[in-house]
Design a protein around this ligand. Structure first.
Ligand SMILES: [Zn+2]
Length: 116
């Protein structure tokens, strides 16, 4: 992943609103998906999914919901966009690619974005 060089600075108000919308959409989408997966899991034949796939998808949705909720909480607390390790602002380019990022590129290359 390449990130355009830029001066690190706290996200301005307008991009922050855009990021908030992206996070709210992520939260809503995965909440709905998790509900669907839960319903499939109760159906005979699991709605055509195998049990393991359902579990993997549900875990990914739960993680995405937690990531989005955490980022929205940090926005309301005013700590959004600041690296949890070094305390520096997370570059806007990284936040656009990964709105729930909790670390700057240097402290956490890739980890925030990889499925666990
Ligand atoms: Zn950092």
């Amino acid at each position: 992943m390449t990130i355009a060089p830029q001066t690190p600075q706290a996200p301005a108000a307008e991009p922050l609103e855009l990021l908030r919308t992206m996070l709210e959409e992520q939260f809503a989408l995965h909440t709905q998906r998790l509900t669907e997966l839960t319903v499939y899991g109760r159906l005979p034949g699991h709605g055509g999914y195998d049990r393991h796939t359902l579990d993997v998808l549900a875990a990914a949705s739960r993680q995405a919901i937690a990531d989005a909720a955490g980022a929205l909480r940090r926005m309301s607390e005013g700590t959004y966009g600041v690296c949890e390790d070094c305390g520096r602002p997370i570059p806007l380019g990284r936040l656009r690619a990964l709105p729930h990022a909790r670390h700057c590129t240097r402290c956490d290359p890739g980890r925030d974005g990889r499925p666990r």
